[in-house]
Design a binder for this molecule. Sequence first.
Ligand SMILES: *Cc1c(COP(=O)(O)O)cnc(C)c1O
Length: 450
Amino acid sequence: MKETKIILSEKEMPRKWYNIMADMPNLPGQPLHPGTKEPIVPDDLLPIFPMALIEQEVSQERWIDIPEEVLDIYALWRPSPLYRAHRLERLLNTPAKIYYKYEGVSPAGSHKPNTSIPQAYYNKQAGIKRIATETGAGQWGSAMALAGNLFGLDVTVYMVKVSYDQKPYRRITMETWGANVYASPSELTEAGRKALAEDPDNPGSLGLAISEAVEDAATHEETNYSLGSVLNHVCLHQTVIGQEAKKQLEIAGDYPDIVIGCCGGGSNLAGIGFPFVHDKINGKQVRVIAVEPASCPTLTKGEFRYDFGDVAGLTPFLMMYTLGHDFIPPGIHAGGLRYHADSPLVCQLYHDGLIEARSYHQTGVFEAALQFARSETIIPAPETAHAIKAVIDEAILCREEGKEKTILFNLSGHGYLDLQAYADFMDGKLSDYEYPEEKIREALSKLPVL
Ligand SMILES: *Cc1c(COP(=O)(O)O)cnc(C)c1O
């Protein structure tokens, strides 16, 4: 069979990031100070972020230059390949054309180094010595450990306790790249000690780990905080993915009808999707779909309102679809999708009808992952498998309706450090878990009224 793998040369790598804030019909509501509830000013963020990133956070310039040093490191694995999923198409007997961009080729195995590298770069430039951050499943922690190692920054990672226990190989990856990793909640911070005092068996959550990392950064000189998703500058850095994919599809003589990405905090969806939302705003017919777990259904079941980004309420209020900041998601396997809210940019675009969203249960998601692994060979991360489930559903719909659509998705990472989840699925140990409406309402009812 003729394979289709489209690779760009290093010269064709994007040299600018695309900032969708230049084109959005409505900008997200301004972030508000957690104390005064007034719009924050850049100086409020200086204790934890370097000015260059704060500027990107608020910039409305459409194109932002990627520094040479960052391009040099990107070139270790970028441009990433684009594949046509011929075997999956044949398996599904679909007239649809399925393409995937493969971000698992980065050293950390996911799209996340696209932002950890520039974040480490700008922090180094600002004279910072240490980064404090959190990680859910361990993917972001690995990406930050990698970047810290490359730029000579110390890295402290607060890793959600369930993952710390379930995913020793991710922890070892981080430690191999020189990071210090602590199970969260930890005894190292006020937020962690408080959570442990209330419940010594607290399994942790991304929101709680964020509180610990922010507190660590805010209380130590020369230490900054770094976030792997959600924020505008993170979404910005990921747009190299969609820009490359567009060029690669052009070479294939194609343009997508549908672009699909899984959605945890929204940066990977932003990366593959925003360059196409740009086209959509300019009149092109293209659908962009965010896929989330039914057990953490932020866009599909959350409320669009201001909420904190963390459990302790240390971060600014952000305008997001949220399930409530003290929402502790059940221990599903796609740890990277377990966040109570989403990027304000993704949320605003969803609110304005420029992005669609849907959710799936994990057993259906793992069935899709096996179909993909057995046809296309790559074993996808459980997070990515959510996108694959949507791709398969859309491709089957094409068969039923006799339509030959072009579908593009981002294979955000490989699953070679998530094999326990595959084992559990194949042993019949995974079950579906719909987060009960009442629990969501309860978490939402506790939110401060602004
Ligand atoms: C973190 C992660 C995601 C979720 O990314 P967001 O940008 O937060 O939505 C998806 N896939 C993989 C492989 C990840 O590591």
